[in-house]
Design a protein around this ligand. Structure first.
Ligand code: C2E
Ligand code: MG
Ligand code: MG
Ligand code: MG
Length: 280
């Protein structure tokens, strides 16, 4: 009806939405510049063994230092990068930087060959034709053992196109790379369904980890995830561990690894080198 159309017209030209569209466009333009001006940097957050608290590897996390606006969170610009396709370039940058950095650490600290690198893959990157080839080339170029690379994919990236995902995951798996489900528990997939994919690691989302020391139901959920994962031959990483109490609970549950501010935030490669040089 005319009334509804009037309403729709009003929604489309809502000034707040217009402002948001302009802001997004500006962010996109800035992001293009950021790539050209090399304002993007990869930081590394330690992942530790729950049993020993020793570092087993890192998650590569992108950082953007904007010349005027200062630090911009990836939670803000990764979705824009996804929408505009810029994620492909950014993703290639993160893959190449983090593989190179892992090799440097392996060379610098020969006793730490076990250190691995987790790298986030966005949905769009994941459905890119030459992804498998690119990763294979990086492994060769940096002479990395494929098992030291762990790719993180969200449930929604897999479930948006399960058949294609299964195919790519099989190819990546065939290279010898490990595959992780990121933010596990926040998507809509079931563990039974995930079993159809060659997944090695579940990363429990921090919304669950957050409350395991205060909320019995959250504890029960995490316990169920750890048990099922172990029955399916997968290992479990708890994300967002911030308190000693949470770590104690994770030890009792025999969760394999953890990551969070309790241990360390994501740091520059220089700071991580210092940390590793000091024997962690
Ligand atoms: P994610 O992959 O789930 O990464 C974990 C996020 O949790 C990181 O936020 C990390 O800094 C944060 N975190 C870790 N421990 C704690 C904790 O104890 N407490 C709290 N409150 N937060 C913690 P960050 O770096 O801001 O990244 C946000 C998201 O942006 C990532 O979530 C990931 O989805 C995306 N992202 C970051 N870097 C990349 C990238 O290189 N490529 C892609 N495709 N996505 C990325
Ligand atoms: Mg991640
Ligand atoms: Mg996560
Ligand atoms: Mg996340």
């Amino acid at each position: 009806s005319a009334k509804e159309q009037g309403k729709a017209w009003h929604i489309v030209f809502n000034p707040a939405m217009y402002d948001r569209a302009v802001a997004l466009l500006k962010l996109e333009t800035d992001l293009r510049w950021a790539i050209a001006r090399q304002e993007l940097q990869v930081f590394y957050q330690p992942i530790v063994s729950v049993a020993t608290s020793k570092i087993t590897g890192f998650e590569a996390l992108i950082r953007w230092q904007h010349p005027e606006k200062g630090f911009i969170s990836p939670a803000e610009f990764i979705p824009v990068a996804e929408e505009t396709g810029l994620i492909i370039q950014i993703g290639q940058f993160v893959l190449s930087e983090s593989c190179q950095q892992l090799k440097r650490w392996h060379k610098e600290f020969p006793q730490l060959q076990h250190l691995s690198m987790n790298i986030n893959l966005s949905g769009r990157q994941f459905s890119q034709r030459c992804l498998v080839e690119e990763i294979q080339q990086l492994l060769q170029e940096h002479e990395l053992d494929p098992s030291s690379i762990k790719l993180e994919i969200t449930e929604s990236a897999i479930m948006s196109s399960p058949e294609q995902a299964a195919n790519i995951l099989q190819q990546l798996k065939a290279l010898g790379i490990s595959l992780c489900i990121d933010d596990f528990g926040t998507g809509y997939s079931s563990l039974a369904y995930l079993h159809c994919f060659p997944i090695d690691v579940l990363k429990i989302d921090r919304s669950f980890t957050n409350r395991i020391d205060s909320d019995g139901e959250q504890l029960a959920i995490v316990r169920a995830i750890v048990t099922l994962a172990s029955n399916l031959g997968m290992s479990v990483v708890a994300e967002g561990v911030e308190t000693v109490n949470q770590l104690v609970q994770l030890r009792l549950l025999k969760c394999d690894q953890a990551q969070g501010y309790l241990f360390s935030r994501a740091l520059s490669s220089d700071k991580i080198s210092l940390l590793l040089g000091n024997g962690e």
